[in-house]
Design a protein around this ligand. Structure first.
Ligand code: MLC
Ligand code: AMP
Length: 468
């Protein structure tokens, strides 16, 4: 069973807990989750695919869990989604209805409400391991986000591998305040908890104070969260009673790692992954936790480094290569995108992560960066420069635009748009927020006379980052 802790027979026989899920001021027992989510399952069972506006609420938890019980693929839509991105996700995924909360504009789809207090004790057969559980949208360097179908088998394999690496058990209380429309918050945080059977606390926002108050044993955060925690001494001290602090989704700066050790007494666990591959590398509960390094392959994972010609690169801890991965959690291909799928795998089935890394003789991995400057990580969100540029070029005040990720102490990278034109910067930022999503809007728009270009007319983005 994918969501193993939601086993109706075991819960009826006494394996219930009063506080399986805490979110948005509500507390659900394990039998509440089973009863209410099964009631959702009954309502969606005939749908082919449904969309869920994934705000951090009980409704979202029950909607997604209900789809997993019924075996209906669910499309989590970013809680802060804008119009163009919403239209794209709905059209591409062919979702047939909105389940749970409705967005501002339903795009003509029918609505299936989630009744938080309804209960059903119908028993569903477990869907096939190869069936699609979730279709999650993620940005590439160009074009609109691509759908990544995730099988139940991949999700189960990933959670089990992480449980082994972290000694994650039903005795844990897992705390995070991350979005429920990405791998980190949804697949690891929520589904991981419902599989393993630990208590799950969602703090709404991942603020240091909320983390400090939650009294967890296991905490998940993106590096921005941890860098804010170490600036809040009281919150950091409160986390010393935890068992494990885990960082992922973007590089954890070494000074933040060191400050966490100093203030909480915990060297954070670092782990690495992506929407396509789920989590594949991690340091372990009883192994070395080396600042700047993301650890060893999880159970079943193989990795290799290659150069531009596909030749293997030595594992000497110094030579940089393109990171490729195989493993039971890696996806099979993008939805409706055979071209992108073909580009993502080599002839032997290795997934090209797009990251460059080094591996040392012990098998420890360090992520050096991305192959492309056009894939930005800001606050742990993956954002395609091309996607923002396309939207901005649709604004009448923009003649040319180049979007880059500038180094930022808090966010890792900050989205900055260089624009040739006469648009008003604040209006342009709002325009992107309305079309794509709030977390994809540039932090800054800089109006310039011209963009630096090479002889072929291509914008020199690395120069743009360095000049400014
Ligand atoms: C933001 N603000 C702006 C702005 N951008 N104001 C004007 N112009 C802009 N361009 C405002 C916000 O609305 C907010 O206002 C305030 O500034 C602070 O915003 P912020 O700096 O963005 O902070 P916050 O909202 O707290 O977001 C930081 C964060 C968030 C860390 C909480 O980035 C986050 O949730 N990241 C998690 C991403 C994630 O889960 N990634 C996992 C991908 S899966 P106000 O008024 O609201 O305060 C993956 C796989 C793996 O990667 O390996 O895990
Ligand atoms: P996403 O699809 O949003 O999960 O983003 C995946 C990308 O995030 C990876 O390809 C990496 O570039 C980056 N990433 C994830 N975890 C880490 C990490 N621990 N260190 C550095 N980069 C990371």
């Amino acid at each position: 069973m994918l969501l193993a802790s939601l086993n109706p027979a075991a819960v009826a026989a006494g394996a219930d807990i009063d506080d399986a899920v805490r979110i948005d001021g509500a507390v659900l027992s394990r039998s509440d989750v089973i009863g209410a989510a099964t009631s959702v399952a009954e309502r969606v069972a005939s749908a082919r695919r449904v969309a869920v506006l994934a705000k951090p609420t009980v409704t979202t938890v029950l909607a997604i869990t209900g789809c997993l019980i019924a075996g209906v693929p669910v499309v989590p839509v970013p809680a802060d989604v804008g119009a163009a991105e919403r239209r794209h996700i709905l059209a591409d995924s062919e979702a047939q209805a909105w389940l749970g909360e409705l967005p501002d504009e339903s795009e003509g789809l029918p609505h299936i409400p989630v009744r938080v207090h309804a209960r059903s004790w119908h028993r569903y057969a477990e869907p096939a391991p190869e069936s699609t559980a979730i279709i999650m949208y993620t940005s590439g360097t160009t074009g609109p986000p691509k759908g990544v179908p995730m099988t139940r088998r991949a999700i189960a394999a990933d959670i089990d591998a992480l449980a082994a690496a972290w000694n994650w058990t039903a005795q844990d209380t897992l705390v995070h305040g991350l979005p429920l429309f990405h791998v980190h918050g949804l697949v690891l945080g929520l589904l991981g908890s419902l599989r393993i059977g630990n208590r799950f606390v969602h703090t709404g926002k991942p603020t240091p104070a909320a983390y400090a108050e939650a009294g967890g044993t296991l905490y998940f955060g993106v590096p921005t969260v941890w860098s804010r925690v170490v600036k809040d001494i009281d919150a950091a001290l409160a986390l010393s009673s935890a068992r494990l602090l885990v960082s992922g989704s973007a590089p954890l700066p070494i000074p933040v790692f060191d400050e966490l050790v100093r203030l909480t007494g915990h060297a954070p666990i670092e782990r690495y992954g992506s929407t396509e591959s789920l989590i594949t590398l991690s340091t372990t509960v009883d192994g070395e936790r080396r600042p700047g390094w993301v650890g060893l392959p999880l159970t079943g994972v193989q990795t290799r480094l290659v150069d531009e010609n596909g030749a293997l690169v030595p594992r000497d801890g110094e030579t940089i290569g393109q990171l490729q991965i195989k493993g039971p959690m890696v996806f099979d291909g993008y939805l409706n995108r055979p071209d992108a799928t073909a580009a993502a795998f080599d002839a032997d089935g290795w997934y090209r992560t797009g990251d460059v890394a080094v591996i040392d003789a012990e098998g420890m991995h360090r992520i050096v960066g991305r192959e492309s400057v056009d894939l930005i990580k800001s606050g742990g969100f993956r954002i395609g420069a091309g996607e923002i540029e396309t939207v901005m070029l649709g604004h009448p005040g923009v003649a040319e635009v180049a979007v880059v990720g500038m180094p930022d102490d808090d966010l890792g990278q900050r989205i900055v748009a260089f624009v040739v034109g006469d648009a008003e910067p604040a209006a342009l930022i709002d325009f992107v927020a309305q079309e794509l999503s709030v977390h994809k809007r540039p932090r800054e728009v800089r109006l310039v006379q011209r963009l630096p270009r090479n002889a072929m007319g291509k914008v020199l983005k690395k120069e743009l980052v360095q000049w400014h």
